[in-house]
Design a protein around this ligand. Structure first.
Ligand code: ATP
Ligand code: PRP
Ligand code: MG
Length: 214
């Protein structure tokens, strides 16, 4: 049995068509069912639903053999014990710095101001500001980062930006892009040795779906 870890929402929705190209179908809809283990039309493949930020942990500790996780999540996790063979080019966005529309970020940085930055991504933010030589106090949040500057809790946020709609709706502007994000296939290294054949087959399914010429 091969266990594939996915998170509900965009990762599940964007992974489904890749599997479908090889005729693999998940037999239950996570939006309708409360089940966390979903069968597929392949008797030897099942899907487990976990929080997006838990996918690397499930694969690292063998709760799943393979999974799909955003690079943002993988960087914060650290990637220990994970083989990362393929960029699936799904769930694409950026990690960016954003500030309230009236705030002169460039000026604050030039002045050497100490910035309070709210984020769900402390590892990415710490590394980015350290490289720039900007002093920051990081405030760890688990969601709704946009609210932090609006309530005066932070000067800036480090968050994911795709269309920019969330920033615009909250009167924030993107001032720097830190890195592009897409989702990676992650594989448990021990499982890859023990279940070599079926895992290589599934990795090929994903590779063909996102690089059809290969
Ligand atoms: P949770 O609800 O458990 O806190 P989450 O908000 O991180 O999880 P998703 O929003 O489904 O869960 O995000 C999963 C992954 O999809 C992220 O890790 C990121 O790589 C990518 N992603 C997040 N937001 C966007 C977006 N607006 N556009 C494109 N990709 C995104
Ligand atoms: C994500 C992210 C941003 C938003 C950016 O939130 O955390 O808030 O998308 O996308 P945009 O630039 O296209 O507006 P998500 O939709 O995942 O909601 P969440 O708060 O439930 O994570
Ligand atoms: Mg989200």
């Amino acid at each position: 049995m091969i266990t594939l870890a996915l998170s509900k929402g965009r990762i599940f929705d964007e992974t489904l068509p890749l599997l479908a190209e090889a005729g693999i179908q998940v037999l239950e809809d996570p939006e309708k069912s409360r089940k966390l283990i979903l069968p597929t039309n392949q008797p030897e493949l099942r899907v487990v639903l976990v929080r997006a930020s838990d996918v690397p942990t499930y694969v690292q500790f063998g709760g799943a053999d393979i999974g799909v996780a955003g690079k943002d999540v993988l960087i914060e996790h650290g990637g220990q014990g994970l083989y990362q063979p393929l960029d699936l080019q799904i769930a694409k966005c950026h990690v960016s710095v954003a500030v309230p529309a009236g705030f002169d970020y460039a000026h604050a940085v030039r002045q050497g101001a100490r910035l309070r930055v709210a984020t769900k991504y402390p590892a990415i933010a710490r590394e980015f500001f350290a490289r720039k030589g900007v002093h920051v106090d990081l405030v760890k949040l688990y969601g709704s980062m946009e609210l932090a500057p609006l309530t005066g809790m932070a000067d800036a946020i480090v968050d994911l930006v795709s269309t920019g709609n969330t920033l615009r709706a909250n009167n924030l502007v993107e001032v720097e892009q830190i890195m592009p994000i897409s989702s990676q296939l992650v594989v448990n290294q021990a499982a890859l040795r023990l279940k070599q054949l079926p895992l290589r087959h599934l990795m090929d399914v994903f590779a063909r779906a996102c690089h059809p010429e290969a």
